[in-house]
Ligand binder design. Structure first.
Ligand code: AMP
Length: 139
C-alpha cells in the first residue's frame, strides 16, 4: 500500500498548516513555499492523484471552495486577480500526488510568468486532434 500524501497527513492533523477554510469535502491552507503573497492550496480531503479520479460531487465541492477562497484571499490582499493552477500528474509538475488547486494572487507588474513559449496551431494536426477528442468523449 502506498504511503499517505503530505496533504492527507495535513487533513488528519498529523502535520500543521495555516488553515483558511474547511468543509466536509475540502480544505484550504497556505502554501509553505509561496510564489506570491497569498499563494494557497485548495484540496479534496480524500486522496486522489488525478483530477479525473475525483468523483463529480467532490469535484463540484472543490471548485466551489476554490471560488470562495480565491475571492476571500484577494479581498484580504486588496486585489482581485489570481492564477489557478492544477498540476495534473508528475509530468505536468505535480509533486504532491493529491489533487489540489493552487491559487496564486497577482499584482500589477509582479513579473511572475509561466515561461511557456507558444507555438502556432497546425491545421491538419488540429483537425485530427479535435476529431480524436470528440471520439473519446462520445465513448
Ligand atoms: P504541486 O507541484 O502542484 O504538487 O504542488 C505542491 C505544493 O505543495 C507546492 O507548492 C509546495 O510548496 C506545497 N507544499 C508541500 N508541502 C506542504 C506543506 N506541508 N504545507 C503547505 N504546502 C506544502
Amino acid at each position: 500500500m502506498s504511503e499517505d500524501s503530505i496533504f492527507t497527513k495535513i487533513v488528519r492533523g498529523d502535520l500543521p498548516c495555516y488553515k483558511l477554510f474547511e468543509d466536509d469535502l475540502t480544505l484550504a491552507f497556505l502554501d509553505i513555499n509561496p510564489v506570491s503573497k497569498g499563494h494557497c492550496l485548495v484540496i479534496c480531503k480524500e486522496e486522489y492523484q488525478y483530477i479525473e479520479d475525483v468523483p463529480d460531487e467532490m469535484l463540484g465541492a472543490l471548485i466551489k471552495s476554490v471560488k470562495r477562497v480565491g475571492q476571500a484571499m484577494t479581498t484580504a490582499l486588496g486585489g482581485k486577480d489570481y492564477n489557478l493552477i492544477v498540476n495534473n500528474g508528475p509530468i505536468a509538475g505535480q509533486e504532491v500526488p493529491h489533487v489540489h488547486f493552487h491559487i496564486v494572487p497577482r499584482e500589477p507588474g509582479d513579473g511572475l510568468r509561466t515561461g511557456w513559449k507558444q507555438g502556432k496551431l497546425n491545421n491538419d494536426e488540429a483537425k485530427d486532434l479535435a476529431e480524436s477528442v470528440r471520439k473519446a468523449l462520445s465513448n
